[in-house]
Design a protein around this ligand. Structure first.
Ligand code: FAD
Length: 500
């Protein structure tokens, strides 16, 4: 009896301690490095969680938007980086709606797949003919593909429900496990080619359709992890869209909406500073050093969000004095060049002898070393321009090409009978995914340092970066206020069924 009383007293006194404890005050300053879609959406979600009093600074060494960017050709602007958005990308959809932007439906292109000698697959304008052609050439493989992609997307989309209920994950592994258990996590450790063969896709379908789609979307083949493979294949789904005026507008509007301060400068180092206050409390702050056009600067922050790839060729941030040291995961990113040309395509280069009806508006290429481009697509400007202003009777149209290297005049001369304007942009575009099983970098680099772009090693896409940004905002919030119940919960799919 005495023992029970003692336990009750102990419980009551600890309850009293909890109730009388001052709630922790919010952080006073948060720094975000990078104003691409990852950094700007992090600012937006952090503002929603931490409230109006926190100062949020976004450092950007280049242009707001990062890999969302346009090039100008003959007076119009065209997407040169992240271009298409899937109809089920719910964060991007919500941004466009909440920020007063407009979604532009992208026209369905007629696809041709070129192997260097001929088109191995070609769509026509007739819907019925396309279905017959697909079944004739590849049996049920196209249908199987949409089922395979749908199954993976459906599991991935559980993240929206988890985030709606404020749940977050401290590692990519725990996020993927919560989305679909071991089977879903294994998508990161299985190559696309292995996964597709196990699912019963034919080698011909993989060579003719899957490999060329990987080449246009990620500049690499089918040895990538099967999750990024599914993300890539989802671009064949109908209903793709973009933002009127350019996808990068989402980033500048997110900065405005989050009332973050944009600091145009390059962060050079982050260092931990631990102070002991007069009352004996430990205060941990991070010192950020940066370089602007006006010289060097420094400031102290409670939380740091890294929203750029930690690749030395891209971000060059030093983490100084950390014990153990923070790894910078300088894994390679692959180079992709976007070239936009206003010109008349040379149909004979693609084996169309004159007089020729060149029926395709998007050309993917197979894995053949003789190709110097991975794709050529007819595109429209980011703002509406009447068709008559873009093409003329001599067949001039706007074409966008992705290639590993800058295209030479000779190469452009092969692809086009003649051309006027040319715009090009060189990127370190996406991770080189060649080595599934993939070891993903951590999300938490230190107590208060979070890494949005860790997720790019699962798959790089606008929406995926926004998902990661929301996860990091929720995670940093829960960890700031010691709310473990909303971090790394594993049986969420089951638990949340009843909360729907
Ligand atoms: C050619 C191409 C085509 C693509 N197509 C698509 C597509 O169709 N659909 C899709 O969903 N995705 C696509 N993507 C991928 C998508 O664009 C990216 O996944 C996404 O934009 C990455 O956003 P981010 O904010 O994480 O990184 P980034 O956009 O790279 O932003 C990082 C920012 O950090 C800044 N920065 C870096 N270091 C520092 C520093 N030390 N100090 C201050 N600032 C720093 C950089 O200047 C940059 O602006 C494409 C990408 C490319 C390159």
């Amino acid at each position: 009896m005495q023992q029970i009383l003692l336990i009750a007293v102990a419980i009551l006194s600890s309850l009293q301690v909890i109730l009388t404890q001052e709630p922790r005050s919010p952080p006073s300053k948060i720094a975000i490095v990078g104003a691409g879609i990852g950094g700007t959406s992090a600012a937006y979600f952090l503002r929603q969680k931490f409230g109006k009093d926190v100062r949020i600074d976004i450092f950007e060494k280049g242009v707001v938007g990062g890999r969302l960017s346009t090039v100008e050709v003959d007076g119009n602007h065209y997407e040169a980086g992240g271009s298409i958005i899937h109809p089920l990308n719910l964060h991007m959809k919500a941004f466009v709606k909440d920020l007063g932007l407009t979604a532009l439906s992208l026209p369905k292109n007629q696809l041709g797949v070129y192997n260097g000698d001929e088109f191995v697959f070609q769509e026509s304008e007739c819907f019925l003919m396309n279905i017959i052609n697909k079944v004739w050439k590849y049996g049920m493989n196209f249908l199987r593909l949409s089922m395979w992609v749908e199954d993976i997307l459906e599991k991935f989309m559980r993240i929206y429900q988890y985030q709606r209920f404020d749940y977050s994950f401290s590692s990519m592994e725990s996020m993927f496990h919560a989305l679909g258990g071991k089977d879903f996590s294994s998508k990161l450790n299985t190559t696309l080619s292995e996964a597709m063969q196990n699912y019963g896709f034919s080698q011909k379908f993989i060579d003719d359709i899957v490999t060329p789609t990987m080449r246009i979307n990620y500049g690499q083949g089918v040895e990538v992890n099967s999750f990024v493979g599914a993300v890539s294949m989802s671009c064949l789904d109908p209903g793709q869209w973009a933002v009127e005026g350019g996808n990068k507008l989402v980033c500048s509007r997110l900065i405005d909406a989050s009332e973050a301060q944009l600091i145009q400068g390059s962060v050079t180092s982050v260092q931990e500073n631990v102070h002991i206050t007069k009352s004996g409390d430990t205060v941990r702050l991070y010192e950020v050093r940066y370089q602007t056009s006006n010289g060097a600067g420094q400031d102290f922050y409670d939380i740091i969000i890294i929203a750029t790839p930690l690749n030395k060729a891209i971000s060059k941030i030093e983490f100084q004095g950390f014990n153990p040291p923070i790894e910078t995961f300088s894994k390679p990113y692959i180079q992709v060049v976007t070239t936009v040309v206003h010109g008349k395509i040379n149909a004979s280069f693609f084996g169309c002898s004159k007089p020729c009806h060149f029926g395709v508006s998007e050309i993917f290429t197979t894995d053949n070393p003789k190709h110097f481009v991975s794709s050529i697509s007819r595109i429209s400007p980011v703002t509406f321009v009447p068709e008559s202003h873009l093409s003329n009777s001599s067949g001039y149209e706007i074409w966008r090409m992705f290639s590993p290297e800058l295209l030479t005049d000779d190469q452009l001369g092969l692809l086009f009978e003649s051309y006027e304007g040319v715009g090009a942009k060189k990127w370190l575009a996406y991770p080189q995914y060649t080595n599934a099983p993939e070891k993903l970098p951590p999300i938490m680099l230190h107590h208060g340092i979070y890494y949005v772009n860790s997720i790019e090693w699962a798959a790089s896409a606008m929406e995926i970066c926004a998902v990661s940004a929301k996860n990091v905002a929720l995670l940093s919030y829960h960890r700031w206020y010691d709310m473990d119940t909303h971090v790394d919960q594993d049986d969420l799919a089951e638990r949340l069924k009843s909360e729907l």
